[in-house]
Design a protein. Structure first.
Length: 198
């Protein structure tokens, strides 16, 4: 857990990591038309994240590849030092820390919480990115929206999408904010490397 503590201590001073989410108007970040019904079955993105809990917080960057029903997520500190690699699929959930130590089971859950402030499953963001929000347990959506749905909620999370990026006719949420009580987590896609689907 030393690496996670070092990661968090290096990131704990945040001015206002949620400033970009204060304007809730939906933004399409390119001129391409969004087809909400196109499903995405693989992607590769660069993103940054920040979280806040009881006036404390952290931030970092990541490179996320999803292919063949497996996530590989490389986590970096704000200073671009690799902190960990997450391998996540239905039958393989492990973290390889910066020292090469492999963590699984309860250690996996604790390490995820130390990185992201809560034990957030990669499934949550992957379902949003791949246009499968209906797979999130008990997820409902705000139907009073003129275009693409950008507000989702269940008993656990309140989710707001404030922007989308597109590539080759596929669109993914590029600014996602999730909240639970005093906990807030922001996820921002900086670059789409590749998207594929049908």
């Amino acid at each position: 857990m030393y690496v996670a503590a070092l990661f968090l201590s290096g990131c704990a001073t945040l001015n206002d990591p949620f400033e970009i989410f204060k304007n809730h108007s939906l933004v399409i970040e390119t001129s391409q038309v969004i087809d909400e019904s196109r499903s995405i079955n693989q992607f590769s993105i660069k993103a940054k994240f920040s979280y806040s809990l009881d006036s404390k917080g952290a931030s970092g960057r990541l490179i996320w590849r999803y292919e063949n029903n497996q996530d590989e997520i490389d986590i970096f500190s704000p200073f671009n030092n690799q902190v960990a690699k997450i391998i996540y699929s239905s039958n393989d959930k492990r973290i390889i820390d910066a020292n090469g130590k492999v963590l699984s089971g309860e250690d996996f859950d604790h390490y995820i919480q130390s990185l992201f402030g809560k034990n957030i499953s990669p499934d949550l963001f992957r379902y949003l990115i791949t246009n499968n929000a209906d797979r999130i347990k008990n997820m409902q959506k705000d139907e009073n929206q003129p275009n693409r749905t950008n507000h989702f909620y269940n008993d656990e999370w309140n989710i707001l999408i404030t922007a989308f990026k597109t590539q080759g006719g596929f669109a993914i949420p590029s600014k996602i904010s999730i909240t639970q009580g005093k906990f807030s987590f922001n996820f921002i896609v900086e670059e789409i490397i590749n998207i594929a689907g049908k």
